[in-house]
Write a protein that binds this ligand. Sequence first.
Ligand code: ATP
Ligand code: MG
Length: 571
Amino acid sequence: MRYSQMLLPTTREIPAEAEVISHQLLVRGGFIRKLTSGMYTYLPLGLLALQKVTGIVREEMNRAGAQEILMPMVQPGDLWMESGRWKKYGPELLRFRDRHDRDYCLGPTHEEVVTDIARRELHSYRQLPVNLYQIQTKFRDEIRPRFGLMRGREFVMKDAYSFDSDDSGANTSYETMRQTYVRIFQRCGLEFRAVEADSGAIGGSFSHEFMVLAEAGEDTLVICDTCTYAANVEKAAIMPSRPAARDTALMEMVKVATPGMKQVDTVAEFLSVRPADVIKTMIYLADGVPVAALVRGDRKVQTVKLKNLLQANEVEPLTDEQLWQQARLPLGYVGPVDLQLKIVADQEVMHMTNAVAGANEKGQHYTGVNPGRDFQPAVVGDLRQVAADDSCPLCGGRLCLTEGIEVGHIFKLGTSYSEAMKASFQDSDGLDKPFIMGCYGIGVSRVVAAAIEQNHDDKGIIFPVPLAPFHVIILNLGPKDADYCQASERLYTELRDRGLDVLYDDRDERPGSKFNDADLIGIPFRLTVGKIFAKEGKVELKIRKTGEILVLTVDEMISHVTELVRQALSC
Ligand code: ATP
Ligand code: MG
């Protein structure tokens, strides 16, 4: 492409709402323009970057035996009523009516539509397994669209769905997708981890998220420094601690005045104990019913773990106001003794002795509280969030926490959709069985943003070669000089003939602004036809990532750059 003919509006202006670097650079580099909240137009350069991702995804999905289809974005409400999600999905599902007053929604995901295809077209175990995928625009009316392409309302997703006749087949389909995802993100040139994710009702290790490591990530990952264990903090298990021998005598429970002491730290200091000796009692609404969650004073409740322990659909903390209005409990003084709510305790709490806990009266705490003697939880389990320096549940190594961007998610669904929607096939004995399903998503447009979050400097983007909209940019610094033009045109034509994607900056602009634009848009290999060409007939190569410079003749440069690109794409 010739720069002079391309709609590539680079700008110095950073939109006020662009909090993260990928958003800023995508706008400054002329990749995207905002239409309205969470919705963007991809300009030519942005679309090229997106197509690089879709190209890799498509190749690897096809290689894994999945078949590409394209489903409608508008979906009939009836299907969602069948699956039960019309009620459950909440306001992220954009619903509307057509002229006949029939319910529709914009697809945030396609389990319903694809299950409908399966029940109509797949009848026998002989037709299975099948994996159908599409690359398509999704719409989710996110409560907080932000960070540009990272959390849009309209975004591009690759979604795949597998149908198997038995459990072991479904596990094989899942494993094939897990390996395919590893290949996809390796080929994208990104630093990522596959982490165990919360799989809700299904349990086991049948949900993995693929996380690109980057500070701007909205997810926290737990990684072992010794073995390969990696998990989302929502799921990361705690090694059950050995019960401490209760050699201290159990004290009587005593009510003490703790006026104004609402925080664990202040109560602990006031009573001269460690925060770890205080029982922290947090009240949540689980499917609308208040429950009390207990953790040690120096720990945090992990709400996804709480949700799973309670087998609830939704768990949210009670606001201060609700605490009083709905549970008649005084903020800062809530405790498990004589509490008239369901109590869920972290396993560690049950090993505490002579602890401090709120007395459910304003300005009052108990000392000498002993779990089991003074209160009995309804549920005991792994409730707390992993903290840095906890032990790895697999090997006992040290756990570290780091930020990641979720770019992919694979999930064994089982028969939840096929049963609800009566999607079945005949097995080898002629019996009707529901399909065993899996679903596998990649946030294609989010991958572009994540790649930039992970690869940039103060001058701009540093695209990994496989995702770069162009591999090479040629800067002609003498666009009015016939020799400069001839050399530049030769580079342009011959590199393209060798299959490279080349942007030729033929504009009549100052060298400084050409250099700045090239750095900003992050093209991996920059070739300059400039002063050295005038003197020695040679061209300069600068590698965006390392800053390395190499000067070669035009012929040498053509084969050298071709080889560099080939190498970078072959990993
Ligand atoms: P998140 O927790 O980030 O909201 P999710 O669990 O809702 O993600 P899935 O339903 O598993 O996401 O969707 C598959 C993939 O689509 C995600 O892994 C992510 O990469 C991408 N994705 C989800 N929501 C968005 C969004 N609002 N904007 C861009 N990409 C998204
Ligand atoms: Mg979401």
